[in-house]
Design a protein around this ligand. Sequence first.
Ligand code: R5P
Length: 298
Amino acid sequence: MNTIIFPLPGNEALAAALVQMTGAVAGDGRFRSFPDGETYLRFTTPVRGHMAVVACTLNQPDEKLLRLYLAARTLRDLGATRVLLVAPYLPYLRQDTVFAPGEGISAKHVGEWISGFIDGLVTVEPHLHRIDSLSGIYRRPLRVVSAASSIARWIEAEVREPVLIGPDEESRQWVAAIAQRLRCPYRVLTKRRYGDRAVSVDIRELDLPTWVRPVLVDDIIASGRTQAAAIGLLKSRGLNPPVCIAVHGLFAGDASNVLDQAGSARTVSCNTVTHASNAIDLHHDIALALSELIASLR
Ligand code: R5P
């Protein structure tokens, strides 16, 4: 039994890396839109009796999720023994509870929907806040890739005298893990969010010498407002402009400009979402996780 990896459009580099690193077979799929906007898809690589993997990161997810559903259902109809998903960025994790009456818990709804048409999932650093574990909503075999080692290696090679700064309490897990690897200090700010593009951060005591280079680390840059607020705070305390790092660089709207204007010394991201800021390669770790998942399902 082979494993055949099919990229959804835009995920060709990820799929090619996974093929090369896992020894799987490259699958061929054609996607286009009918004139009315509906999706047409066709897979020409035979999958009957083989395991199929769909490679698709899921930023800007609404359109991609329907394509993913159609791809997974088609591969199963074509006889794939299992259909796995490699989604380096997993969306719909922010709305994980009811904040105001009448809201839906989209994290649960989307997680349960995806779990219904795949047999296993590989992802990177999912944004878990009020949900303890991804297995609470994805009830399928999972492999979650950590970006901490790769980010630590990048900082070690690129930044002198780093001090890690987490912009909010949720980021403590990453900054603590990375700071431990680098044997460098870290601080965690307190964040208040007032709206999608309105946040403030604070910390009573920063207590850092002025020659250090602050390195902001967060899981996501979306609007860029969280890291911009943190840059402003660090500047107001007389520190050097920080290097800004995100695992998932979503860079919604004017986020890149917002960070430049705020005074980021350099903004980098992992390659879970393709962007000009990609500097930290996680494909090897993702391939390892996929190989492990495949081995556990054979
Ligand atoms: C939130 O809890 C996340 O960890 C990030 O801090 C957040 O998603 C960043 O969003 P934005 O760039 O829109 O401030």
